[in-house]
Design a binder for this molecule. Structure first.
Ligand code: SF4
Length: 392
């Protein structure tokens, strides 16, 4: 079969197995990106989650002997929930970003690319490929941009004409020469909405991200959250969507083409309090399928504690006190102490003082002191809470 005919066969097959968009790119090195990544590294803007050396990240041919082309694919995901979670009085909820609403896309996309591999292996003798979905060395966005899936927005997302930036990306390096597609033209123009809306200034310029300041990244860290980001986190448990939500190309975009990506309301907006005491087994059973669970329960619990502090939720004080005094993880004890102080109940400060006497970890003690400092601020403003800790 001629390669241009094969290309059309691949496109048809990909659509038949539910791949929403497919494009083809060369295996040339990503020269411009190499320079960008180097600059990012020099400026200490990388998250630390990146895989491989700069060479491995920018030279596709390093990953497959005899590499000839890259097939890039995209699956759309919903931006709106069809069902909302039930509103219960006093039950505060957190927020999980849209990309983590359904079944882990790594699994779904990898499965589709495996199907595509099997299809090609039948058609092309000696066919070989290397599949990557997010966790591979090649940056999926750079590949998608080259293969004409979408253009690279100033918010660093790939923006497709059909599905906006609500797409999961993956790719397959192949040993067959397939004609590359044209790249799409950059269509941000004068717009700077995403840069202006970024609450932490993480978008330091068009298409330039300081990952260390990005809330999506910060929600995935396991340490104490740096002070300057705590309020900005709000009720965010995992990921962050603001730079996508403000983008005009996402206005009204809401595709529900894959059952696997349909949000489960109780997981997309989980109740905060039950999350604080969930066992490892329950966590795995409840949240194990979502991509946001990849770092385990600790970052989500830390963020949930901060969210309860943000809401100044008095009904959470008992549980937070338990965590502050008994949890074996210093990050959880310390963050709980901070949140207790932030809630600013009349009993908060006695709780922290009592726990501080027994605490030995210097970082936790530092967090307790931060919690205690809220008392002066609230007293001066007349904002100390006196509600019952346990409502009738
Ligand atoms: Fe581009 Fe504007 Fe969208 Fe940012 S918000 S990615 S600048 S179109």
């Amino acid at each position: 079969m001629a390669y241009d005919e094969l290309k059309q066969t691949i496109i048809d097959y990909a659509h038949s197995i539910g791949i929403d968009k497919i494009g083809f790119g060369s295996i040339d090195p990503f020269t411009q990106m190499k320079a960008r990544l180097k600059a990012q590294q020099d400026q200490n803007y990388q998250s630390g989650f990146e895989k491989g050396t700069i060479e491995e990240r920018t030279e596709p041919a390093m990953h497959l002997a005899g590499a000839e082309s890259i097939i890039a694919v995209a699956l759309s995901y919903p931006s709106r929930m069809r069902e909302r979670p039930e509103n219960k009085k006093g039950a505060r909820r957190g927020t999980v970003c849209r990309a983590s609403w359904g079944v882990d896309y790594h699994v779904v996309l990898n499965d589709k690319l495996q199907q595509l591999h099997a299809f090609l292996a039948e058609k092309v003798p000696g066919f070989r490929s290397k599949i990557m979905v997010d966790t591979g060395e090649l940056p999926d966005r750079a590949v998608a941009e080259r293969a004409g899936i979408g253009f690279s927005g100033k918010n660093c997302a790939i923006i497709t004409p059909e599905f906006g930036s609500y797409v999961y990306l993956g790719e397959m390096i192949t040993n067959i020469p397939l004609e590359p597609d044209d790249m799409l033209e950059d269509a941000c123009g004068d717009c700077t909405k995403c840069i202006d809306a970024c609450p932490t200034g993480a978008l330091v310029g068009p298409g330039q991200l300081n990952a260390k300041n990005c809330i999506a990244y910060l929600t995935q860290t396991k340490d104490f959250l740096p002070d300057q980001f705590r309020e900005k986190l709000g009720n965010q448990l995992y990921g962050f969507d603001t730079c996508q939500l403000v983008c005009p190309y996402n206005k009204g975009v809401d595709f529900h083409l894959h059952e696997a990506f349909e949000p489960k309301p109780e997981l997309a907006k989980p109740e905060l309090l039950p999350l604080l005491t969930i066992s490892n087994r329950e966590f795995k059973e409840t949240f194990g399928e979502m991509s946001g669970a990849w770092r385990g329960k600790k970052p989500l619990q830390r963020n949930a504690i901060l969210a309860l502090g943000h809401y100044r939720e008095v009904a959470s004080l008992e549980t937070l006190e338990e965590l502050m005094t008994k949890d074996p993880r210093p990050v959880i004890r310390g963050t709980a102490a901070y949140a207790i102080g932030k809630i600013g109940h009349v009993d908060s400060y006695l709780m922290i003082e009592r726990a501080k006497v027994k605490e030995t970890d210097p970082e936790v003690i530092e967090e307790m002191d931060k919690g205690l400092r809220f008392e002066k601020v609230y007293r001066e403003k007349g904002k100390i809470k006196i509600d019952q800790i346990k409502p009738d």
